[in-house]
Ligand binder design. Sequence first.
Ligand code: CA
Length: 386
Amino acid sequence: MGNTSLERRYTPLIILLLVAALVATIGLWATERAGSERGETQHIAAAGGDSYEWKMVTTWPKNFPGLGMAAENFSKLVEEMSDGRLTVHVYGAGELVPAMQVFDAVSQGVVDAGHGAAYYWKGKVPSAVFFTSIPFGLNAQEMNGWLHYGGGLELWQEAYAPYNLVPMAGGSTGVQMAGWFNKEINSIEDLKGLKMRIPGLAGEVFANAGGTAVTIPGGELYTSMQTGVIDALEWVGPYNDLAFGFHEVARYYYYPGWHEPGSILEFVVNKDSLEALPEDLQAIVVTASRAANQDMLDEYTARNNAALQSLIDEHGVQLRRLPDDVLLALWKGTQVAMEKLVADDPMAAKVYASYRKFYQGVRNYHHISEQAYINARDVAIGDDEL
Ligand code: CA
């Protein structure tokens, strides 16, 4: 009887304790489960099942300012955005493969990715010149518009598909400088007999003008100029050219960069390497390339003028503008080179049709926008301080 009374008295308390114990147990179980799931993911990542390592070779010296930083920025962005699930190891020219073998190394799957410039490969892919820059062509803003919203990137992908390569814009230099010369250029006659490092379609234009054009990787340019192997060279612009020290081996620095008005660099990725990634990492690769592409233009825009002033004021460089009649002759030579390019290569003709249509439209609009504004700014402000 007494026990029954005792049971009745404590039954609600026992039930309450049992419920509390159950809640506590479920809570503990849920916490442990969440912890073990996190641990499991880390474990998989640690075991390598969920993480990827790429090798990226470049056509520039390792950590080279400007151009070389695109690959480093890309690597950093990919690692941060993927929380370390994709690591991209960057190798400078010559570390794994020579500069001019980047295309083949990525195509053949020797490495996963590369950074360089499409026009270096015009011997294999004649249409590639359009994806870097062509003489008197689109500027940086316009190139990015054509590639990403005007059908250019799709054509680039089509041109590289036979090589198992996926291209992406990998840096935007803006208008380059016409280059370094060991003598003054006062007429088109002065180009005759000159040996110049000038790649892409512009090289053929230069050859049409009576010069000799060669493609030499950046890292070999200083010595080539110093030893007289070449008489002239173009590289990028003041920020990059100062870093290479070209002012020590050439006196005259010419503008404007008629030959490369808006050069786009490239990331090339081996198609199998890209497709081996889960979709989120593929999206990170694409997004990181877009960011690195724009970042380069931002950096050049910020640094070129200070470098130019240093070249002139501290290093005694002679800044010169190419005369109008030289520019006109180079334009005529460009038309000749372009006719030959599109006649010889059906893909080049197809790319040119797209490029030309975009060019006509954007040039028309930029007459009354970008160009009109820069003219208006000069009219209003002139040489005054802002
Ligand atoms: Ca260049």
